[in-house]
Structure formats: structure tokens, C-alpha cells
Design a protein around this ligand. Structure first.
Ligand SMILES: NC(=O)c1ccc[n+]([C@@H]2O[C@H](COP(=O)([O-])OP(=O)(O)OC[C@H]3O[C@@H](n4cnc5c(N)ncnc54)[C@H](O)[C@@H]3O)[C@@H](O)[C@H]2O)c1
Ligand SMILES: [Zn+2]
Ligand SMILES: [Zn+2]
Length: 344
């Protein structure tokens, strides 16, 4: 089968032919119907050799959807022909976090060498994908795989951060989203769907600010040195009860630090290499700072239900497997509108 692999540190990913995998006991094989491209892939492919923690070659793609096309011994939870989305934050299934469905916070995955597909395990940017357990599949039902595949990360990750912030976001509150890319444009919609907050979106690109307005942001602002003061003005000097930094570079974390309200919350979603010092001489009194990772299995089901209800969608740019390297270049350059999705 054909697959998109990152093969050599510093090089672009390549489209190669690899053996079609056979499902072992407990595993499920999918015929991939859609796979999303995430900025985290760009981040990983930008790491120097000494910081690169995966084995090469690595088949990319941690947002996957497909149709079940082969079952390993003992699998009874799904049947050949089922349309499914992949929950990618694979855990051990046995620890306290996994028992709650929060496999994204599994305490044993690293020690057991369990990796998400596309981030260590062979990923969804291929004609077929092996899923290690049928519990890592969620029925798509009548949802279109191309339109919904990115809900498994670009939807789930902001949904997880926003769900944890809901006590901060009653009617009359203000939520800030910094970075209106794949995750950010869905974050704006989720905030509108599940909270009473006024939504302020920031980006460095004019077209992304227009996208934010289309997605339901009440206010948009350029992401610059004046942004925090502008947010203070919009909130009568109080600041934002929740800031979702979906970029995570020093400049955006500085905006978050200056814009968050007393006793507010900063969720650092973006993996931009920045850190936000927290304490009496940095963040406001009582402010909470957190770096959430991906989301829980139950939250993935909830995000898919939000899409079924018509409350959130993903703006998709569609590519073929052969075009995946070009799509990654566009993602790196910041010129994708919404999410790039590959259809093998
Ligand atoms: N925490 C997690 O579990 C998790 C999951 C998925 C992705 N991520 C991370 O989230 C981030 C966003 O991923 P994505 O796939 O949505 O990326 P993307 O490339 O689709 O979007 C990034 C957006 O940020 C904007 N941007 C860049 N610099 C900015 C700045 N200084 N201020 C404001 N906006 C700026 C870009 O114009 C673009 O619109 C990445 O760092 C990615 O690694 C984290
Ligand atoms: Zn991702
Ligand atoms: Zn676990």
C-alpha cells in the first residue's frame, strides 16, 4: 500500500510503498477514508536529531477515519464495513486515567512504549491503518469522514481545553482564542456552542481573522503588542476569564499573561516552545495556567455529536496522498484555511 512517511531528519515527508499490514489478535484494520494534517506533525518534523524521540521511518497522520476492512482474532466490538473515527491518544486501558476514558493522560503509555498512530505507531496517511484496540474507534454513523476526520484532534483538543474551562465561562464572560488555524477555527465554534462567553480571536494573518468572524467570533484583533490592551478595553479593564493560546510561542504567551483576568485561566494548547512563568510577579492573582493534551474518549463522542447537531464543522482543504508533501509545505507556511485533509 502507499503511505506518507517522514524518513530522514530535516527532509520533507515522502510518498512510499510499504507492506499492507495484517491485523494481529485484538487489532482492527481500516481502509482509510480520510486523514488530517496537524501542525504538531510540522513541529515533530522540525525537531533536530538529538530531540527527535521516534523511530524512522514514521508513517504520519494522527487524525484518521476509515471503514473497517479486516479484524484480528477476538475482535467483536466492530464489524467489517463499519465507518469509524480513530481515537488517537492510545493508553494502556488499565490505569485510573484510562479507566475514566482519559487515555490522553495515561500514566503508563510511555513506559509501555504505546504511541499514538502517526506519532510513533504507523499513522493514517496511508491506504490502510492498524488500530490496536476496537475501544479506540468511535462510530461515525452518517457523518462524512472527510468533513469530520479532524474533529479527532482539531476538534477534540480545543473541546477538552474548553470543557475544563467551562466554570470560567458563564454568560457575560470573555474567552480569547489566539491562533485561528486548524484547531483555533473549531475552538471559536465550540466556545459559541457550549459557553455564554463573548469570543475574541487573535491571529497574525488577515484572512484568518476573517475566518474567525465567519466561525462566530464576536471580535477579532491582530496578534501584536497592542492586543492585550485591546482585550482589557473590550472587557472594561477586567481581562478575559479564559485564554486559549493555540500557538504557544513566547509572544502569544505574553499576550495571554497580560490579557487573563484575576482568577482566570490560561490553557496553553499550542506547542510553540514557549513557557509562561506563573507566580505573584507574573500572572494575575489566582490565575490558573495549564497545558492540556488532546482529549478523552467521551469528549470525542461529544465533539462528533456537536457536529451531528450542526453546531461545529471543519473548513477542509482536500488533497490526495501524492499531494500530502505539498499540503505539509502549505501548513508550515500558514496558508491552509482550516484543515488540510488527505483522501487516499
Ligand atoms: N495540546 C495538544 O494536545 C495539541 C494538539 C494538536 C495541536 N497542538 C498544537 O496546536 C498548535 C496549533 O495547531 P494547528 O494544527 O491548529 O496549526 P495551524 O498551522 O493550522 O494554525 C496555526 C495558526 O496560528 C496562527 N499564528 C501563528 N503565529 C501566531 C501568533 N504569533 N499569534 C497569533 N496567531 C498566530 C497562524 O496564522 C495559524 O492561523 C500547534 O502548535 C500544534 O502543535 C497541540
Ligand atoms: Zn495534532
Ligand atoms: Zn493507562
Amino acid at each position: 500500500m502507499r503511505a506518507v512517511q517522514y524518513r530522514t531528519i530535516g527532509d520533507e515527508p515522502e510518498v512510499v510503498t510499504v507492506p499492507t499490514p495484517e491485523p494481529g489478535p485484538g487489532q482492527v484494520r481500516l481502509r482509510v477514508t480520510a486523514a488530517g494534517l496537524c501542525h504538531s506533525d510540522s513541529f515533530v518534523m522540525g525537531l533536530p536529531a538529538e530531540q527527535f524521540g521516534y523511530e524512522l521511518p514514521m508513517t504520519l497522520g494522527h487524525e484518521g477515519a476509515g471503514v473497517v476492512d479486516a479484524l484480528g482474532a477476538g475482535v467483536t466490538g466492530v464489524a467489517v464495513g463499519d465507518a469509524v473515527a480513530v481515537y488517537g491518544a492510545w493508553g494502556c486501558g488499565l490505569c485510573h486515567a484510562c479507566a475514566r476514558g482519559a487515555e490522553n493522560y495515561c500514566v503508563r503509555a510511555a513506559a509501555l512504549g504505546i504511541h499514538p498512530p502517526g506519532l510513533g505507531a504507523p499513522g493514517a496517511l496511508a491506504e490502510h491503518l492498524l488500530v490496536d484496540d476496537d475501544q479506540h474507534l468511535v462510530a461515525l454513523g452518517d457523518l462524512d469522514p472527510v468533513a469530520s476526520v479532524s474533529l479527532t484532534d482539531a476538534g477534540l483538543t480545543p473541546y477538552h481545553a474548553i470543557t475544563a474551562s467551562r466554570p470560567w465561562l458563564p454568560a457575560g464572560s470573555t474567552a480569547v482564542v489566539i491562533g485561528v488555524g486548524g484547531l483555533g477555527h473549531v475552538a471559536v465554534q465550540i466556545l459559541r456552542a457550549v459557553t455564554g462567553a463573548t469570543v475574541v480571536a487573535l491571529d497574525v494573518a488577515e484572512d484568518k481573522l476573517r475566518l474567525a468572524t465567519e466561525m462566530g467570533a464576536h471580535h477579532v484583533l491582530p496578534s501584536d503588542e497592542q492586543a492585550a490592551a485591546a482585550i482589557r478595553r473590550l472587557t472594561g479593564g477586567v481581562g478575559a476569564q479564559a485564554v486559549f493560546d493555540v500557538v504557544g510561542v513566547p509572544a502569544t504567551l505574553e499576550i495571554a499573561r497580560q490579557a487573563v483576568a484575576v482568577d482566570g485561566v490560561v490553557q496553553i494548547v499550542g506547542i510553540g516552545g514557549g513557557v509562561l512563568p506563573t507566580g505573584f510577579f507574573s500572572t494575575p492573582f489566582g490565575a490558573w495556567v495549564r497545558a492540556p493534551y488532546w482529549g478523552t474518549r467521551a469528549e470525542l463522542m461529544e465533539v462528533l455529536d456537536l457536529a451531528r447537531a450542526g453546531a461545529v464543522h471543519v473548513e477542509v482543504e482536500q488533497y490526495s496522498l501524492d499531494e500530502a508533501p505539498v499540503a505539509y509545505r502549505k501548513l508550515h507556511d500558514g496558508t491552509i484555511r482550516g484543515r488540510a485533509v488527505v483522501v487516499p
